[in-house]
Design a protein. Sequence first.
Length: 271
Amino acid sequence: MAFHSWKWLLLLGRQNTLAKVWRSRRGGPSLCWKRCCHWSTGKSLDPEVRAFLEENTEVTNSGHLTPEIRLRLLTPRCRFWREKPDLWPYGDPFWAIYWPGGQALSRYILDNPCVVKGRSVLDLGSGCGATAIAAVMSGASHVLANDIDPIAGMAMILNCELNHLNPFPITIKNIINSEAGNWDLIVLGDMFYDEQLADGLHHWLQKCIRIHQTEVLIGDPGRHQFLSHSIHSQLHKVIEYSLPEYTRQENYGLTSSIVWSYQPSNGLDDS
């Protein structure tokens, strides 16, 4: 099975597996900048994993909304675009795809640096780390990237190196349902692919906004699971981007991606 077909499975069903992992890994105490479990330098990378990722991904900045950012991704020129997915040794590489919601968030931050400048930013479900990288490039004072896949964390460090940035803190704990962290801004893209996970996100984001007045930006190309969720009625459309042709082909007909501002009403019950 070629990776392109495998990617179709990710879009349709295998994300449910990842969603189950998000739901099962309960967050511990609230994470702060100095206490979070993270990588901060390339020296912490396993040399064998680094070599594998460098050999089996392609460095690219084309076909996406953010040519300013170079990323290691799986492309048609990579071995695992054609190999059987079971031969990939580290679990489903969701991080190796630059999903359209993340592209929209990253483009918006690069075009509007005032959104993050001098602020603390949490990139939830960071994947390849592009949105966190955009936040650093745009002057955020603190950036924390969060993804439950440890290989994603390693890939983010490689992507920081590609963009001549010092690696930002990366936590691989599931912080959804933990105590509300005190961030100025939370950004998340392409996370509403499972109803139960979406419910948990909705509840936790409400709590962050209520306790800390956190601003929340969500990137999504308009998938059914997102549009049909109750959170959608509490979103304000910030901007819509037309997706490049390559990204359209990768995502089976999706033509645009939107950045939304989450603005729950004061009367919502987050208990």
